[in-house]
Design a protein around this ligand. Structure first.
Ligand code: HAM
Length: 433
């Protein structure tokens, strides 16, 4: 026998059944993803976001320039290959791609403000652990063209509403990173401080002091956290414009009734951020990878990618992390048959096929068993599929035109006429509602 071929490490299958991956999270089913995706599709347009789709493959340069050479993502996590002379990368995130598409199609020339949302797989070569994969799914939004703080608050309120609609327990964290005027002075002060504490830092952070000192602030290593606790704070270095923007965001959030905690350690892992940054952090159920969604303002990115001076702000949520939380609460979308037919012979099979067709034409899910099995086993299968009713069809039912719809949850039997099945099922469903 030939050897079975396994999926690639850090990727997972999402099926309508439980899949268990070693050292990893069991029980993620497609229904958990569908619930999250449907709620985004319904909610985001209410805030004016329209869906946009861009390719998985982009030129490597887009991410190097967009996300930043010194970030972990660009430095060590990208899936990059030489496509016969072109260096291409499987996107590690969506923001740079959205901005590329925005510029490539000159959207800035026709729309003063643009709001897009997106959904799709992202790729980062990370160490696999609970809630962290090499292929994962993000749902994100990007708003381009609005410099003021009210859009920041509107977007944070959208994320807050979405997570609350899904019943995900979280806390919203908020910070400001300053801009090109005030951040360099902060970076310098931070670097001077970190150099004085260099021996107390982990090996990665020793390097970060010179390349990306702000990232030391969110290192998970306890020694680094202790050093970070005594570091100078961005707050003390903010220029007047950034200070006013942050005050404006907080004021608007208060007006919209959104609860949040100001968190000076929230610095984000991508270099494009300016001013507002925010994260929704799960308050349980995820372990170390507890950030469900993160985002912020990126006022310099459009220019960095060759466009005009257009500001932007967005967030992306990790669908797998959200799905894990929904799985723990037993919430998912499930495609269940309303009626499961178990025909006992060839004539009954032919009738069942047509009855199922009639139900489907009326918008009711119906499934016909294609195997010969005794009624007991057929009922077990109907139960496993989560069917509402099972209908065993034998010779006598066919002849008398009378059959029993068995309600699987209660065991109750409802006698119906086969020639009148659709209205009978509709009536039963109506009564239960
Ligand atoms: P990010 O913080 O790198 O931001 O990712 C956003 C979310 O994606 C994370 O909070 C997490 O839930 C999920 N995520 C990231 N990496 C993984 C992984 N390896 N496995 C599973 N889930 C993961 C961005 O990507 C920015 N583009 C967000 C943004 C949009 N900023 C402005 N606009």
């Amino acid at each position: 026998m030939s050897r079975k071929i396994r999926g690639v490490k850090g990727t997972r299958d999402v099926l309508p059944i439980d899949t268990y991956v070693k050292d990893e999270d069991p029980w993620l089913r497609i229904g958990h993803y569908q619930l999250i995706e449907r709620s985004a599709r319904e909610l985001f347009p209410l805030y004016g976001y329209r869906e946009a789709r861009t390719p998985v493959l982009e030129r490597t340069e887009l991410f190097v320039r967009g996300i930043g050479q010194e970030t972990d993502i660009v430095g060590k996590e990208m899936y990059t290959f030489d496509d016969k002379g072109d260096l291409v990368t499987m996107r590690p995130e969506g923001t740079a791609s959205m901005v590329r598409a925005y510029l490539e199609h000159n959207v800035n020339l026709t729309e003063p403000e643009t709001k897009w949302w997106y959904l799709g797989p992202m790729f980062r070569r990370e160490r696999q652990q609970r809630g962290r994969y090499r292929q994962f799914t993000q749902i994100g939004v990007e708003a381009l063209g609005s410099p003021g703080p009210r859009i920041d608050a509107e977007q944070i309120e959208l994320l807050d509403r979405w997570l609350r609609l899904l019943g995900i327990p979280f806390e919203m964290h908020l910070n400001t990173m300053g801009d090109q005027n005030c951040r360099p002075r902060y970076r310098e002060a931070l670097q001077t401080y970190l150099r004085s504490r260099i021996d107390d830092l982990c090996d990665d952070c020793k390097k970060r002091v010179e390349t990306n000192p702000i990232r030391v602030l969110d290192c998970k290593n306890p020694k680094c956290q202790e050093v970070a606790a005594g570091a100078p704070k961005m707050e003390q270095f903010l220029c007047d414009a950034c200070r006013a923007h942050f005050a404006g965001v907080r004021e608007s959030l208060d007006k919209l009734g959104v609860k949040y905690a100001v968190d000076p350690k929230l610095v984000r892992g991508l270099d494009y951020y300016t001013r507002t940054t925010y994260e929704a952090i799960a308050t349980g159920g995820l372990g170390a990878q507890s950030t469900v969604a993160g985002g912020g303002r990126y006022d310099g990115l459009v220019k960095e990618l060759g466009g005009p001076d257009v500001p932007g702000i967005g967030f992306a949520a990790g669908v797998e992390r959200m799905a894990l939380l929904l799985a723990q609460q037993g919430k998912e979308e499930a495609a269940r048959p309303v009626v499961f037919f178990a025909p006992l012979g060839p004539a009954e099979e032919a009738r069942a096929d047509v009855l199922a067709q009639e139900l489907r034409a009326a918008g009711l899910a119906a499934e016909v068993s294609f195997r010969r099995a005794n009624p007991g086993n057929q009922l077990k299968r109907a139960d496993a599929l989560g069917a509402r009713f099972a209908l065993v069809l034998g010779e006598s039912e066919l002849q008398s035109d009378r059959a029993k719809l068995k309600e699987l949850k209660t065991g109750m039997q409802h006698e119906v006429a086969l020639s009148d099945l659709v209205p009978a099922v509709q009536k039963l469903l109506g009564e239960k509602r």
